[in-house]
Design a protein around this ligand. Sequence first.
Ligand SMILES: [Zn+2]
Length: 373
Amino acid sequence: MRLYQLDSYATRFQARVERAWTDEKGHYAVLSQTLFYPESGGQPADRGVLRGPFGEVQVLHAYEEEKAFGDVVHVLSAPVPEGVEVEGEIDWPRRFRHMQRHTAQHLLSQALLRAGGYHTVAVSLDSPVCTVDIEEEAEEAGVLKAEALANFAVYADYPVEAFYVSEEELAHYPLRRPPKVRGKVRLVRIGDFDLAACGGTHLKTSAQAGPIKVLKWERYKGGTRVYFTAGWEALEDYHAKHALLARLALAFSTNPLELEKPIRKLQEELYALKGENQALKEALVKALLARALEEGALLVPDPVLGELAKALLAWGEKTFLLVSPEGRFALLGPRRQEVLERLRALGAKGGGKEVVQGALPKERVVEALGLLS
Ligand SMILES: [Zn+2]
């Protein structure tokens, strides 16, 4: 018996261990009844504990032995004996978040249908950032309207109820999605806003799912993936983003909603400086080129070492050694292997094909510059 379908707010239950086993991956148990929701329909499994004569073991995961109908298998931190009575308790704060995500997804899927004729084909509720995949290529106006509509449904405080109907009766119910199971079908109704076949856990009223915030949407498999967050997790997201904006606003001495202005200014200044820096480097390379051609070995500033070496490649018949005051060096030309051997004797390390690059101890820079002569 799946107790979570009778009362999704119950947190403790009594049961008997009907089957228990262990394999190389872990310890498992099937109970006579359970509140642990097994992972399905995009909603993650519950976690919690089992208590009994053996003490307390953690329930790490729960899954359906066979999809939709099979027993709920509890994955445990330690083995439990068959036949004993246990008390189970689910991790309620975690479950409540899952119920917020899941109920919000019902509301958003219906809102997407009403706002843009968008049909939900898949959902993921594995993390605070949940997704609804729709068949259609969504328009911005449609998604924003759906977000507003979903939140209106939150504020309308609709009751959420689950009930069973037979397969024959189904035709009388205008379902948002046809059921995936046969036989007796569980329907979940949210006021007169949404009606869908679902075996999951839901809140008592739509109001408990709010707020519902669409975070972004993108093209996905010919349709659209809509990202959203709901309930406590939406509030936490708002808190984190508000705190971040407040810190940035303080750093830029402005108010959070005017942050774009100083950031854009900073970007423009950065681009201008980068351009200026490049021009200066090029001028410096040009100025040093003449001296390098004349002297062969040259002390050069670190930032232009590589560029100057590249420019000198045009004079392939001559060997050049450029060394920076910090000890970085670039070596090129026909005698480079022989010079490299001598640099190594000074403690240099490095390699390369046309241009050998590396570093040597700072205190050997003057000595290194004398190696070419
Ligand atoms: Zn549901």
